[in-house]
Design a protein around this ligand. Sequence first.
Ligand SMILES: Nc1ncnc2c1ncn2[C@@H]1O[C@H](COP(=O)(O)OP(=O)(O)O)[C@@H](O)[C@H]1O
Ligand SMILES: [Mg+2]
Length: 435
Amino acid sequence: MNTAQIRPRERDAIIQSLRAGVVPRSGQQHIQVGRVHEVTALVRDLERVAEGGSTARFVIGEYGAGKTFFLHLIRSIALKQRLVTVHADLAPDRRLHATGGQARNLYAELTRNLATSAKPDGGALAAVVERFVSQALTVAREQGVNPEAVIRQRMGELSESVGGYDFGEVIAAYWRGHDTGNDQLKSDAVRWLRGEFTTKTDARAALGIRSIVDDANFYDQLKLLSRFVRMAGYNGLVVCLDEMVNLYKLTSAQARSANYEQILRIVNDSLQGTSGHLGFLFGGTPEFLMDPRRGLYSYEALQSRLAENTFAVDGLVDYSGPVLRLSSLSQEDFYILLSKLRNVFAAGVADDHLLPDEALRAFMQHCSQRVGDAYFRTPRATVKEFLNLLSILEHNPGQDWRPLVGAVRLEEEVNPDLEPLEPAAVEADLASFRL
Ligand SMILES: Nc1ncnc2c1ncn2[C@@H]1O[C@H](COP(=O)(O)OP(=O)(O)O)[C@@H](O)[C@H]1O
Ligand SMILES: [Mg+2]
């Protein structure tokens, strides 16, 4: 077992997140169980991205299987490899393709969460731009040339790409702000890059730029961003998109297929290696992938590209395809998870463990009686109660654990995705069939 010390800040962040029922943003390695092959496969993907390749992976698992946890784990590994990450959950108002601002919303959410190893919690876009500018300054000083000339020359490399010219103009505006001490100009440039301008008029007034990040250029902007982070000295960009089931839930068949077409573009670029230094990770449920009427499989070109290796049955596995299946945690995994949680709670000091092994087993037994297998298959609630139990013991020294374990209350979690779709969704589907 890992008995290395855990920094108090990291310990508190892990415990706070899990007690609030959310996946920790960092420190996952202290509680990670299983998934050795899956992690290995994705570490290899990240290396490929850093070397100039690309990847698109679909992390598929049932509710509670650990998709979000896994995406954050991979994200934190990416940061250590000098990759920049962006991440967001899809939602009704955040999609890959839209005409009412929802794709721009997704872009804005992604860039708000832009992270680097120095700023793993997000909000790092301004720092990346600043880093680019200061490197250009160094080069200019060394070569005895004007910094703006260096910046314009570097940005010239983007001008061939869709939207590349305006992107370069925004960076040049940032530089002017930097050079003249105009903080407003700098922050307007960053706001543009974060997709926060909603009208071209505003962008023009603030920056003299005629375009904005909008629904139509969502993917082009991500490609530009991946090239820009390279110029700022990082190894590439990893885009994590979770809760993909929201596309499956879209009521309009037309909107769904427009979004799937966007995914197809991303998958094709990645398979053909035309988008270098760029990786995509999608998290979704099996119905999002396989439902023949609403899932990715309803879009024929995607079905053929994402079809799983037909030999990978009866316990045979293949981790090289675009689809990565996460099976739910097993009972043994869960036992290890509890012992890791006990250890994190004690900040890695074995002598400070608040519970003996016997108590972990008693806890599992109790949960099993209350909610059956759900306690380890969808462990969010169980993990939360276990940490609450540890907290009581911490604050009440001398308290016997036995009566506490017996008093733990648990109810089976309901998977929100299994709730019926709105009647409107079903009707819209029927309507699209009649057409
Ligand atoms: N491999 C793992 N190691 C440790 N804990 C895990 C692992 N996978 C999932 N968990 C825990 O299980 C819970 C549910 O995982 P989550 O990622 O939210 O599931 P999903 O996104 O698939 O619904 C979280 O509390 C997470 O901490
Ligand atoms: Mg999740």
